[in-house]
Design a protein around this ligand. Structure first.
Ligand code: HEC
Length: 165
């Protein structure tokens, strides 16, 4: 009798487990890519993590400049200049969203790159004044991009995070 009950309970568990697996699969299929590649992500943009690292590097640069640790300034500035990009598929989503504004977005990124290279060079030459000037140029392009794009990105991509659930 006990063995029978155990078998029945086990059988029921199997049905429940398989049932939930089927539900999960169905939910996946429901939110699977359709015709709009921008509307199927339920993950935050990789861009955010990249941005957080840029921020850490910029803070390290100000700290290192105060110590006149030019080697550290040069290293962190090089990381800012050569920051990683999101994956190809995320870049495509971003570019699809930006449309004709993509050139403006890329322009800010390019100027951050150029100014950060300048900063690294000034640091290697141990030219504090030139380093500070280049640092300001980096930061004004961070700000420029944020003032133009942060709000639209959050409005667009966060709506999509919610739609994915
Ligand atoms: C080409 C455009 C662009 C440039 C250049 C840029 N950012 Fe951003 N950044 C963004 C966008 C868009 C967001 C908003 C992303 C979001 O909220 O999903 C953002 C968000 C951030 C955030 C907030 C991240 C979070 O967790 O909410 C930080 C910090 C940041 N950027 C730092 C920087 C720093 C430092 C620089 C310059 C070295 C920089 N960014 C340059 C586009 C840019």
């Amino acid at each position: 009798m006990k063995a029978l009950i155990t078998r029945i309970v086990k059988g029921m568990m199997t049905v429940i487990v398989m049932g939930s697996a089927a539900l999960v699969a169905a939910a996946d299929a429901y939110s699977a890519p359709t015709d709009d590649a921008q509307r199927n992500s339920n993950e935050p943009l990789m861009l955010r993590g990249i941005m957080q690292n840029l921020s850490t590097d910029m803070q390290q640069i100000t700290g290192a400049m105060a110590m006149e640790d030019w080697q550290q300034v040069a290293q962190a500035a090089t990381r800012v200049a050569d920051h990683p990009q999101p994956t190809m598929s995320e870049r495509l989503r971003i570019m699809a969203f930006l449309g004709t504004d993509a050139a403006i977005f890329k322009g800010y990124d390019q100027r951050v790159h150029t100014a950060a290279m300048k900063l690294a060079e000034a640091a290697r030459r141990e030219e504090g004044g030139a380093a500070i000037k280049a640092f300001a140029e980096v930061q004004s392009n961070c700000l420029g991009c944020h003032q133009t794009f942060r709000q639209p990105f959050q409005a667009h991509f966060e709506v999509n995070y919610e739609q994915a659930y």
